[in-house]
Design a binder for this molecule. Structure first.
Ligand code: FAD
Length: 393
């Protein structure tokens, strides 16, 4: 009988696995992708929409070509994984049997990780950390801000999706303000001592957006923040401040289905075998993308897509009874600081028994010339086109 492979989540990890398996399994497996949304909006490059540099439509991708490649699409949410009987339950009713399960459900948010913020408040203080409606809402709020108003971003604690993401967002919103609201003020509240590409961002902010951005780290109360969504107030170490727009990026855990299936550890993320991306708790289940504890790899689309290639190779080997090639992973995270001023960080990784370990690393340098930053920007455009066709066909 053909192996039944169910892939849960049609994002950077899941769509990539479905597409590569469909291309390479050559009739040995039935591949089913379960995803509730008909359209996937990429979080990657969504900050460019906030910056006025890219339409939301240009970030939208459908699953039509995956269907054309032979993937069966089920437009629903998995309600229970059913590990014992290897049978998932769908939210709308019905079940599906599996031999192999691939889980790439992304993240969920921790209510009250910022006191006063729960998911129910996301209509007032959006997270915009899952793209689509939330991205549209934040952009609309920013466009409606009064001249000289205050935009506040509450950054998340580690670990979280896309380490440079909040800071690229600050850059893009600052860029937009220079065009439409030059006296606006940006307040960045950060519970962390330091963050990804900090030197590069701070240099860029000084050059492009002098005196617009104020960051309060933990020494200034950035780790003692409470929000009052219905009054548009933030309370910083006991001091109340009125703001006009507040983007709360809360603390995060693996997509809920991971914890519910008993596949998360006490941190809320899923431990995996670094050589295969198989769950440490269940060798018939692969977990990849943001949900997994991927050692030195950051939570990024680039990382999820690279992990998908390892999952595909291991799955094909298991189905055919052959040995899988040794795992090797890559990642690049791009950030746009201002138009045509792009920086990158990335590296290659290999499994050790304990973790996915970094073997080498590269990062853009401070004071690079404009031609270098422009070339990095052009590489990032090529990366976006490449990864989205690798995911969706
Ligand atoms: P996702 O892509 O989020 O996919 C998860 C999917 O699972 C979703 O479609 C969801 O609907 C579905 N799902 C969840 N639960 C269930 C369920 N129970 N049943 C069925 N389906 C379910 N990465 C980069 O590499 N480069 C960047 O420049 C970059 N920029 C970013 C900027 C921002 C502002 C943000 C927020 C993120 C950025 N990222 C970037 C990170 C990147 O978006 C994520 O790391 C990546 O999407 C993770 O892939 P994933 O498959 O784990 O999750």
């Amino acid at each position: 009988a053909r192996a039944q492979v169910l892939v849960v989540g049609g994002g950077a990890g899941g769509a990539s696995v479905a597409r590569h398996l469909a291309a390479e399994a050559a009739g040995a497996a039935d591949i089913t992708l379960i995803e509730p949304n008909a359209v996937y909006h990429t979080c990657f490059f969504s900050n460019l929409h906030l910056g006025g540099l890219r339409s939301l439509e240009s970030l939208a991708h459908s699953y039509d070509r995956l269907r054309g490649l032979g993937v069966t699409l089920i437009s629903d949410r998995v309600a229970a994984v059913g590990r014992e009987r290897r049978r998932v339950a769908l939210a709308a009713g019905g079940t599906l049997d599996w031999d192999w399960l691939v889980l790439s459900p992304g993240i969920d948010f921790v209510d009250d990780s910022v006191p006063g913020w729960t998911l129910a408040a996301a209509d007032l203080m959006p997270h915009a950390y899952k793209a689509g409606g939330q991205t549209r809402l934040l952009r609309k709020q920013l466009d409606a801000m009064p001249q000289g108003g205050t935009f506040c971003l509450v950054a998340p604690p580690n670990p979280y999706r896309c380490p440079p993401g909040p800071y690229e967002r600050i850059s893009m919103i600052a860029h937009r303000f220079t065009q439409v609201n030059p006296t606006a003020r940006i307040l960045l509240l950060d519970p962390k001592e330091g963050y990804s590409k900090q030197t590069l961002f701070e240099e860029g902010w000084q050059a492009h957006y002098p005196n617009m951005i104020e960051r309060l780290g933990p020494e200034m109360g950035g780790d003692r923040v409470e929000v009052r969504p219905d009054r548009m107030e933030v309370v910083i170490d006991g001091e109340v401040e009125k703001v006009d727009v507040c983007n709360v990026i809360p603390g995060q855990v693996a997509g809920r289905i991971i914890g519910e299936a008993g596949l998360a550890d006490e941190t809320g993320w899923a431990p995996i075998d670094p050589a295969s991306m198989k769950s440490r708790d269940d060798p018939a289940i692969f977990i990849l993308g943001d949900a997994a504890v991927a050692g030195d790899m950051p939570k990024s689309a680039s990382a999820a897509n690279s992990q998908a290639k390892v999952v595909t190779a291991v799955l094909l080997a298991e189905i055919s009874g052959n040995a899988a090639p040794p795992a090797r992973y890559v990642n690049t995270c791009w950030s746009l600081i201002a138009p045509e001023d792009s920086v990158k960080v990335g590296g290659t990784y290999e499994p050790t028994p304990e973790k996915i370990a970094s073997i080498d690393r590269f990062i853009s340098q401070p004071e690079e010339d404009r031609a270098t930053r422009l070339a990095t920007w052009q590489q990032s455009l090529g990366w976006y086109a490449g990864i989205t066709s690798d995911m969706f066909g």
